[in-house]
Design a protein around this ligand. Structure first.
Ligand code: ZN
Ligand code: MN
Length: 133
């Protein structure tokens, strides 16, 4: 994963990456801070936030551009789609192949060079569904 990267992996940065790799919940910096402080009591929210941004800028993790107030992070950098619960904000992976034909279609009708596309599904998660019924 880090092959070719010149990024210096400090102990804190390594731990942040390790913990993010363990989950599929797309945590916010604050979520990560709550987990990390148990293992590293002196870590600050600012440090967690800064290191997540650095990992993202170096292409090691993904920053999700989904709706909601807080940025979310994902250690899985393979392109994939997400679904967001419109009630609680939970974000999960959607395990389907990205539809590259969307880019082919879009290329026909725009003068832009297309770099990538994003799809965000919206729905109601199982927990919220249970609470509603
Ligand atoms: Zn929900
Ligand atoms: Mn994901």
């Amino acid at each position: 994963m880090l092959t070719g990267s010149k990024l210096r992996m400090t102990k804190q940065r390594q731990l942040i990456l390790e913990e993010l790799s363990k989950v599929t919940s797309h945590p916010t910096a604050d979520d990560m801070y709550q987990v990390l402080r148990k293992k590293m009591p002196r870590i600050s929210l600012g440090t967690v936030y800064r290191n997540l941004e650095i990992l993202y800028e170096n292409g090691i993790i993904q920053k999700l551009d989904v709706g909601g107030t807080q940025k979310r992070f994902d250690a899985n950098i393979i392109p994939h789609y997400h679904i967001r619960c419109t009630i609680c904000g939970r974000v999960a992976d959607i395990h389907i192949e990205p539809h590259m034909e969307l880019e082919t279609e879009a290329k026909k009708v725009t003068d832009f060079d297309i770099i990538q596309h994003r799809v965000e599904f919206l729905g109601i998660c199982p927990q919220c569904k249970k609470r509603q019924s």
